[in-house]
Design a protein around this ligand. Structure first.
Ligand code: ZN
Length: 296
């Protein structure tokens, strides 16, 4: 079964729900970045979250970036979704290796750290992107995203994210859910949902039992009818290109390009998201300089 995300509603459309299966997506991230199990769990959870956040957005060209920057050894985590069902990301330190937590789990909280910020950048085609920043709560990512929604977007949410890594370092399963309460939701519904959430020991446990995203939402909402609205295939894919790299150079402006030509000759760069290498020769830089000077 390939990865996908479902969007659904429940309680007469007063609760919005998203759920994802993301094993292959997280496995691809692991292989690209050579992630340790702890780094896998941290980046994996972030990718699953950002994938669902993108599905919440309405415009075709909308983009969302999640940046988690704590004081832990993993450094910053960046997860991006520029299109529904397409994600990419990286962590500053993919080699972070910590002992299991007291509960015998991968210690994402310690890897991320307890002090720092969660930033969400939403580009919906306006002049300026929408940027929301909140303080890290636990560093476990799910809690932090829920806190972000509540504080920055005023949407009470429940977020469950899970990545299960096997003893050989490969991903056994990964996925998650986000529930959002809309403004008209009744108090009794809130109480019911809180009870259901408390019933789930962990989303990883549900995934381990082979539950699909549809199963997870049906389980959460119990007897309540869940209306499934959309099912979107999910994968890890980078959208970098020579053209994009060159336009980033162009955006530096003529002074910077001139400096690059003088100091570096040609330049080489590696895409953070997929590891692909790009080169720009001195000759090409000179062409870009002409373009920046408006001569072409
Ligand atoms: Zn790339």
């Amino acid at each position: 079964m390939g990865d996908y995300i479902v969007k659904a509603t429940a309680y007469s459309d007063n609760v919005l729900a998203f759920s994802a299966l993301a094993r292959d997506t997280v496995q691809t991230a692991k292989e690209i970045h050579n992630l340790t199990p702890t780094a896998c769990a941290a980046l994996g959870r972030s990718l699953i979250a950002v994938a669902m956040m993108r599905v919440m957005m309405k415009g075709e060209k909308d983009k969302v970036t999640l940046v988690i920057k704590g004081d832990g050894p993993i450094g910053s985590i960046v997860a991006v979704s520029n299109f529904p069902g397409i994600v990419k990301g990286y962590v500053a330190n993919p080699f972070v290796d910590l002992p299991l937590s007291e509960k015998g789990k991968l210690d994402v909280g310690r890897a991320v750290g307890k002090k720092g910020y969660v930033t969400v950048i939403k580009d919906i085609g306006l002049k300026e992107p929408y940027i929301g920043t909140v303080e890290i709560q636990t560093g476990e990512i799910g809690d932090d995203i829920a806190y972000y929604f509540y504080t920055s977007e005023q949407i009470p949410s429940a977020v469950g994210l899970g990545v299960l890594v096997g003893t050989d370092g490969n991903i056994l399963t990964a996925g998650g859910f986000i529930l959002q309460l809309l403004p008209d939701v009744k108090e009794e519904v809130v109480v019911k949902i809180e009870k259901s959430i408390a019933r789930i020991s962990s989303v990883t446990e549900l995934l381990k039992q082979g539950k699909t995203p549809e199963d997870i939402l049906t389980y959460i909402f119990e007897e309540e009818e869940v209306k499934f609205l959309e099912k979107i295939p999910l994968r890890y894919e980078c959208d970098c290109s020579q053209e994009r790299f060159e336009s980033a150079i162009l955006a530096l402006g003529k002074e910077e390009i001139r400096k690059l030509i003088q100091e570096e000759g040609g330049i080489e760069t590696v895409c953070h998201f997929c590891g692909k290498k790009y080169f720009i020769t001195k000759k090409r830089l000179e062409e870009l300089l002409e373009e920046a000077e408006g001569l072409r």
